[in-house]
Each structure stands twice: as C-alpha cells, then as structure tokens.
Design a protein around this ligand. Structure first.
Ligand code: CP
Length: 343
C-alpha cells in the first residue's frame, strides 16, 4: 500500500486497473493507451524506473521540438491555494506548447469560492467538470490524495496532479530535479548528493529522496540545523530500502564529498512560531569560500525560490545550476502531461 493511503480507498495509478478502453483505430489496429493515461500523480515513490526513463526521454524530445498537438481539445485546470511561480507557470507554458487550453486560479482562497467556505471536496467535484486534469497546490499534506479519492468515489476519473501539497510531497519537482542531475552528471547512479537546509519542512526533499532511493550507488548526506532535521519516517524509509545516508550538522565538513549540493530555503510559511523562524533563518549559508571546496564536476542545485541561503556571488559560479534546473520544469511537465492526457 502507498504510504498515507486510506485502507479500502482506490489505489494509486500503478496498480489501478480502471483505464479507458483502447481507441479502435482504422484497419482494426488497436493501440493501447499509455499506462499513465488518465492517472493521478500523488506521490513520487509511485514512479518506477521504466516510467522515469520514459519521462526523461520524452523531455529530451521536447527540448528538441518544444511544440506538439498532444493536448489538442484538452483543458487543464490549475488550482493553487499557495504561492507559486515555477510550478504553475511551467505547467501552463507546457499546456500552451502542447496545444491545450487552461483555466486557473492562483490564490484560490482569495479569488474563488473556497474563500467563502466552500468545502474542498465539493469544490473539487465542481471544478473537475470543467476540464481534463487538475493541477493542485495546497497547504494540506493529503489534499491531492483526498481530491483524487473523493472524485473517484463519485466515479469521476479526472486526474489530480500534485503540484506541492503541504510538507508532504512535490513529485513533479523531484522529476525535474532528477532530470537535471541526469543532464549535469550524465547519470543518476553512483552519486553523492548533499541535501542542505530546512529538511523538516521540505516536500521537495521528501519527494527527491523517494526517487533517488530507486537508483543504485546513491549516497545521501543530509545537512541541517538540529531543529530542521528530516523526519524519522524518512530515515526509516531510507533504512528500509537500503539507501546509504548520513546526517551532518556542518556543510563545511562534507561539501568536498558532493557530486551535487542541493540547497533549500528555511520555509518561513511552515513555522507556527515566527520567533523560531527569526532564530533559524540565517542558520546556514553557502558562501563562495565553501563552494570553492567542491570537487571538480560537482554542481549546486536549488528548487527555488532562493532567499538568502546562498551568497549572491555563488550564482555567478559555473557550478550554479538552479536556473538550468528551473528551466527543465517545462519539458519534464510536458512529458508528464503528454503521458497522462495525450492520445
Ligand atoms: N520549486 C517550486 O515549487 O517553485 P514555486 O513555488 O515557485 O512553484
């Protein structure tokens, strides 16, 4: 069972047997739909290696030829309850480039009737009738799963794509992160990834670790102030799946071992006590002096937004790769949309 899933609730896409019937083609040829066709994207650990390889190959193809008609006659809804620049805009750019149409709200509590107190599930049910997929960002950890399960309980099979829910997961970010590592290092296996920052609150880090854990020879070094260390459930997951990891309090001690340094910001919006945020907001920083200790061929990534956890001058160093990483969001999300909604 997928962690967090409700006993008895419909299972996630990899085991889901309810797929559209294959379309009957001319000359009686039958073409099976892609196994992601019509499926929701809730957790990153649901992706297996063949799917990951296919997403990356399709993303490569979209870098060569950015436009297609894969989403012709499809309408995608972006429903965002939390702030976003990259995720919403890159998904919307992807829909445009694939010939689809889109409707959206960027601050659902302010600009939609959710702000009047409309129940989340019923609002989702209403919105599902307006399009072919819902891209959902929400502050609740289980919002995407709830939305999918609620729709399916009414026999509505509009896919939900988790665009970042609470502190839990941000699976499409981790897809583009992995794709960027593959771009930068020409492989994903046998790498040391140093993940730095607010690991307690980061949905991006959780999704990334679930995916990295699928590759052989991955070593993860987790660097965080003790107040922001990663949850025990993630440590247990890595132990259970034989992922080599260590925890280190000081980036200076481990940065020389990194193939990738993956920085994250302190997530102000996740702190219930603002004074605790103020106390911790400058608790780590990647300086030029530190970055110069990185070995040859190592790169710095960041899911963005970046606040002040990286010195401005580091962004001019050749190792700084976060804009390249962010740019990969469009082709990777195109690949995913094509597999979920394309013919
Ligand atoms: N990385 C990421 O999710 O960025 P946004 O919050 O701007 O979408």
């Amino acid at each position: 069972m997928v962690p967090g899933s409700i006993p008895g609730a419909p299972t996630t896409f990899l085991t889901l047997s309810v797929l559209p019937f294959p379309r009957v083609l001319q000359h009686t040829e039958r073409k099976m739909p892609h196994r992601l066709r019509g499926q929701s994207i809730i957790w990153s650990q649901d992706f297996d290696m063949p799917l990951l390889d296919e997403i990356f190959e399709r993303a490569d193809k979209f870098k060569e030829a950015p436009r297609s008609g894969a989403l012709k006659d499809k309408r995608v809804i972006s429903l965002f309850f939390e702030k976003s620049t990259r995720t919403r805009m890159s998904f919307e750019a992807a829909v445009d480039d694939l010939g689809g149409s889109r409707i959206s709200t960027e601050d659902a509590m302010q600009f939609s009737s959710f702000g009047k107190g409309e129940p989340f599930e019923e609002g989702i049910q209403v919105i599902a009738a307006y399009g072919d997929a819902i891209i959902l960002r929400h502050p609740a950890d289980d919002a995407a799963m709830l939305a999918r399960d609620y729709l399916q309980s009414f026999n509505v099979w509009v896919p939900i794509i988790n665009a970042g829910c609470g502190k839990a997961q941000h699976p499409t970010q981790s897809l583009l992160d992995l794709y960027t590592i593959r771009d930068l290092r020409k492989r994903i296996e046998n790498l040391t990834i140093v993940i730095v920052g607010d690991l307690k609150h980061s949905r991006v880090v959780r999704s990334l670790i679930y995916l990295l854990g699928k590759y052989s020879g991955i070593r993860i070094i987790l660097v965080a102030p003790w107040e922001l260390t990663i949850g025990h459930n993630m440590l247990a997951y890595m132990r259970r799946h034989g992922v080599e990891f260590v925890q280190a309090p000081d980036l200076a001690e481990v940065i020389g071992e990194a193939d990738i340094v993956y920085m994250t910001r302190v997530q102000k919006e996740r702190f219930s006590d603002p004074t605790e945020y103020e106390r911790l907001k400058h608790s780590y920083r990647l300086t030029v002096a530190l970055a110069e200790k990185m070995r040859t061929g190592a790169f710095i990534m960041h899911p963005l937004p970046r606040v002040d956890e990286i010195d401005e001058e580091v962004s001019r160093m050749p190792q700084a790769s976060w804009i390249h990483q962010s740019n990969n969001g469009v082709p990777v999300r195109k690949a995913l949309l094509e597999m979920i909604l394309g013919e």
